[in-house]
Design a protein around this ligand. Structure first.
Ligand SMILES: Nc1nc2c(ncn2[C@@H]2O[C@H](COP(=O)(O)OP(=O)(O)OP(=O)(O)O)[C@@H](O)[C@H]2O)c(=O)[nH]1
Ligand SMILES: [Mg+2]
Length: 655
C-alpha cells in the first residue's frame, strides 16, 4: 500500500489539532470528535497539553483513504516548540498549512511556508475557521498570494461565511472561472501543458487532465491549492481529504532495498524504555534485526530491535516489521538519538542542516533542593535527548547547568515536566541572549613545523573569509590533498569546526569560509629502532592542538562583530494607546516602521531584539488596556557594535 507522511503546520491556535481530530472522524477512525478546549483530542495527549490547550510535542496518528495509508503528524504552532517542527520536516511527503480565516497569515505562517517552499515539500493550504465571525475569503486569498506564495488556486467557494452555517462548495470543471484560473496557473509552470491545452480545449478528458496536471505540479511544490473549511463544523473537510489523497504524492518505497531511514522523535515508554520514531525511506526492519544507525562522520551504533509498532487506524499497534515509506516506533535501540539515520549514513546522506533559527535564549537552571543536583543532571540529559535543541551545557568551574531555549513558555514547560515527571523543583536564573559572531574581513595565519614559537610537530596555515548568512562553515584546501596523510587534514577540519563554536568574543561563528593554506608534517621515523617515536613523528594530536592557535590568530586579524538575534514584529494597538506604546518600544530597543491606521487601530511593523520580546508581551496588556495583539518571529541577527563577550554575560535581557 502507498503511504503519505503528512505534516499539519500552522501558527499557534490556527486549528491544527482540531483539524486532525476532524480528519480522523471524517475518515471513520474515531466516532466521537475530541475537543482541544476540553482536553480530549487524540494528538494533544500529554497532561501539559491538555491543561494548557496547546500542542507541545508532535504526535502521529494514521488513517487510510483511497487505498493510501496517511501518517498524519500534528505539530505545535507555538514558536517556542519550533524544534518539534524542524525534526519532522525531513520525513514529510506533503504538508497541510493551516491559516485561520479570521487572523489570516500570521508571523509563524510565513516562517513555515518559507521553509516548506525552500525544502520543496508539496503543500496544500487549508483556510480554517470559516464559521467564525470575521472570517474572510477574497481578501485572505490576496493576503496568501502576497505573503506566502502567488502560485495558489482556491478549490472551493464558501457560502454563509462567518456564520455557524458556513458551507463549502468544491469547484468543478463546469465552473468556468475556476477552470480559467487553474489553466492560467498551471500554464505558468509548464509551456507544453499550455500548448496541449489550447490545441484540444474542447476535449471531454480535459477535467481529468487538469486534475492530473494540478496533482503533478502540487507534487513538485510548484503550486498550492487552497481549501476552505472549519475543523469545528466539519465544513469543507471532505474536499480537503480528497485533496490529500488526490493531489499529494504518496511514497512508494522499496521494501526490498537497503535499510535507510531517519529518526525524528525519541520518546520514553512507561518503564523508561527508549522508543525511536522512524520514517523508513527504503528497506524493511524486523523485530530481532541487528540495526545500524548513526550520523555521517560519527561512530555508528548497532543494536537489536526488540519490538516495533506502526500507526494504523488512529494509533500505534504492535507489528513484526515496518517497511519502506512508513513510520514506525522501534524499541531496543538504547543509543539512538534524534536526527540519526538508519542503515548506512552514506546512503541516506548526512544529517540535515537546521531549517529554522537556533534557540536565542540561555538560562541557568538550579534545583531548589541542593540534594537534587545529580538527579537534575540526569533528568535534563534525558530531556535533551528527546529535544536536541535544549542544548545542555555545564559550566566547568561553577558546575552550573545552562539550557538554550526558544522562550518563556518552553521554560515553563520544562519546569513543569521536571516537577511532574522527575519530582525535581527548579528555578531559572538570569536569562541571557545567545549571540553570534560575524567576520568583518579576511584574516590569515600560519605556524610552520620546527620554527619557533610552534611547539607542535605540524604545519598549519589557515585563511578565514566572511561567508553569506546561513551558508555555514565551509572548509577547503589550498594545498595538495596528497601533501599529508588524510587523517591530519581531517583532524584540522574537525578542530576548525569545534573552534568556531567559540569565536573571539566567545560566541559561535556560524558562517565562515576557511581555507588551509599551509600543511606539513614529520613522517613516521625513529633513530635506530624501527619503532614509532612520538617525539619525532607527527600525530593527529599535534594538528588538533595547533589548529585552534592558528585559527584564533586568523580570526583576530579578520576581526568579528557580535550579532544579536532580532525578531520581526507585527503589533496592532488601539489608536489612543499608541502614544504610550511607542516610547515603550523604543525603551526595549525595537525599531518600529511607520504606523498604518486601520479603523480604530494602529498597525506597526518593525524589528525588536529577541531579548525584549517577552518583556513587551508582559507590558502590552497594561499599555493597551488588554487590546494589543503582538506577533513576532525570529528574522535575522543584528550587529551590536562594540561587542559583548560571552564570558561576562553582557547580552542580558533588559530589566
Ligand atoms: N470557530 C472555530 N474554532 C476553531 C476552529 N478550529 C479550531 N478552533 C478553536 O481554536 C482554538 C485552537 O485550536 P487548536 O486545534 O488547539 O489549534 P492548534 O493549531 O492545534 O494550536 P497549537 O497546537 O497550540 O498551535 C481552540 O479553541 C479551537 O476550539 C474552527 O474551525 N472554528
Ligand atoms: Mg495543536
Amino acid at each position: 500500500m502507498r503511504t503519505l507522511n503528512l505534516g499539519i503546520l500552522a501558527h499557534v491556535d490556527a486549528g491544527k489539532t482540531s483539524l486532525t481530530e476532524r480528519l480522523l472522524h471524517s475518515v471513520g477512525v474515531i466516532d466521537e470528535i475530541g475537543s482541544v478546549d476540553r482536553g480530549s483530542t487524540q494528538t494533544d495527549s500529554l497532561a501539559l497539553e491538555r491543561q494548557r490547550g496547546i500542542t507541545i510535542k508532535s504526535a502521529v496518528v494514521s488513517f487510510v483513504v483511497d487505498g493510501i495509508t496517511v501518517n498524519l503528524i500534528d505539530t505545535p504552532g507555538h514558536p517556542d516548540f519550533i524544534a518539534e517542527v524542524e525534526r519532522v520536516l525531513g520525513v514529510l511527503d506533503g504538508a497541510v498549512l493551516v491559516v485561520s480565516a479570521v487572523e489570516g497569515v500570521q508571523a509563524q505562517t510565513r516562517v513555515l511556508m518559507r521553509t516548506l517552499r525552500r525544502l520543496r515539500v508539496p503543500t496544500l493550504v487549508f483556510v480554517n475557521k470559516v464559521d467564525r465571525a470575521g472570517a474572510r475569503y477574497e481578501e485572505l486569498l490576496r493576503d496568501i498570494a502576497a505573503k506566502l506564495t502567488p502560485a495558489i488556486v482556491p478549490m472551493g467557494a464558501v457560502t454563509g461565511l462567518g456564520t455557524r452555517d458556513a458551507a463549502v462548495r468544491p469547484h468543478t470543471a463546469d465552473d468556468a472561472g475556476f477552470t480559467a484560473r487553474l489553466v492560467d496557473l498551471l500554464a505558468d509552470h509548464d509551456d507544453a501543458f499550455l500548448a496541449d491545452y489550447v490545441r484540444d480545449e474542447a476535449s471531454a478528458s480535459q477535467d481529468r487532465r487538469l486534475r492530473g496536471e494540478l496533482a503533478a505540479q502540487t507534487g513538485r511544490a510548484l503550486v498550492h491549492p487552497v481549501f476552505f473549511g472549519s475543523a469545528i463544523t466539519g465544513a469543507g473537510v471532505d474536499s480537503l481529504v480528497n485533496g490529500i489523497s488526490g493531489l499529494l504524492p504518496a511514497a512508494e518505497g522499496d521494501p526490498g532495498g537497503p535499510v535507510a531511514g531517519t529518526v525524528f522523535k525519541v520518546e520514553r515508554g512507561p518503564a523508561g524504555e527508549k522508543i525511536a520514531c522512524v520514517r523508513l525511506f527504503s528497506g524493511t526492519v524486523r523485530v530481532r534485526d541487528l540495526l545500524r544507525f548513526g550520523r555521517a562522520g560519527q561512530h555508528l551504533g548497532e543494536e537489536k530491535v526488540t519490538a516495533i509498532s506502526v500507526f494504523e487506524r488512529g494509533t500505534a499497534v504492535p507489528c513484526g516489521s515496518v517497511g519502506a515509506g512508513r513510520i514506525g516506533r522501534l524499541w531496543g535501540l538504547g543509543d539512538i538519538r534524534i536526527g540519526d539515520t538508519l542503515g548506512d549514513p552514506q546512503v541516506t546522506g548526512p544529517a540535515a542542516a537546521h531549517h529554522f533559527a537556533p534557540p536565542s535564549l540561555e538560562t541557568v537552571v538550579v534545583p531548589r533542593r541542593r540534594a537534587d543536583a545529580g538527579a537534575l543532571h540526569v533528568a535534563l540529559t534525558q530531556l535533551a535527548e528527546q529535544d536536541p535543541l535544549i542544548g545542555l551545557r555545564q559550566d566547568g568551574i561553577r558546575q552550573e547547568l545552562s539550557l538554550s531555549l526558544y522562550g518563556e513558555v518552553q521554560k515553563e514547560v520544562i519546569q513543569e515536566t521536571l516537577a511532574e515527571d522527575f519530582g525535581i523543583d527548579v528555578e531559572f536564573r538570569g536569562t541571557t541572549t545567545i549571540c553570534t559572531e560575524r567576520l568583518l574581513g579576511t584574516g590569515a595565519a600560519a605556524e610552520i613545523i620546527h620554527q619557533e614559537p610552534n611547539p607542535f610537530l605540524a604545519t598549519v596555515g589557515l585563511r578565514v573569509e566572511p561567508a553569506p548568512v546561513g551558508s555555514g562553515v565551509e572548509f577547503g584546501l589550498g594545498v595538495e590533498l596528497g601533501s599529508m596523510p588524510y587523517a591530519f587534514f581531517k583532524a584540522v577540519e574537525e578542530t576548525v569546526r569545534e573552534t568556531l563554536l567559540q569565536g573571539i568574543h566567545g560566541w559561535e561563528v556560524p558562517d565562515c569560509r576557511v581555507t588551509m593554506t599551509h600543511s606539513g608534517y614529520a613522517p613516521r621515523q625513529s633513530h635506530s629502532h624501527a619503532v614509532f617515536d612520538k617525539s619525532m613523528s607527527s600525530t593527529a594530536g599535534d594538528f588538533r592542538l595547533l589548529t585552534p592557535l592558528v585559527l584564533r590568530a586568523a580570526l583576530e586579524q579578520a576581526g568579528t562583530v557580535v550579532c544579536e538575534p532580532m525578531h520581526r514584529f507585527h503589533l496592532e494597538v488601539p489608536a489612543d494607546t499608541f502614544g504610550a506604546v511607542l516610547p515603550a518600544l523604543t525603551r526595549l530597543g525595537a525599531v518600529p516602521g511607520a504606523p498604518v491606521t486601520e479603523g480604530a487601530s494602529y498597525l506597526l511593523r518593525g524589528d525588536i531584539p529577541a531579548a525584549s520580546v517577552h518583556r513587551l508581551e508582559q507590558q502590552l496588556p497594561a499599555l493597551t488596556g488588554g487590546e494589543g495583539v503582538l506577533e513576532s518571529a525570529f528574522d535575522h541577527y543584528r550587529p551590536v557594535p562594540g561587542g559583548h563577550a560571552r564570558s561576562n554575560r553582557a547580552c542580558p535581557v533588559p530589566p
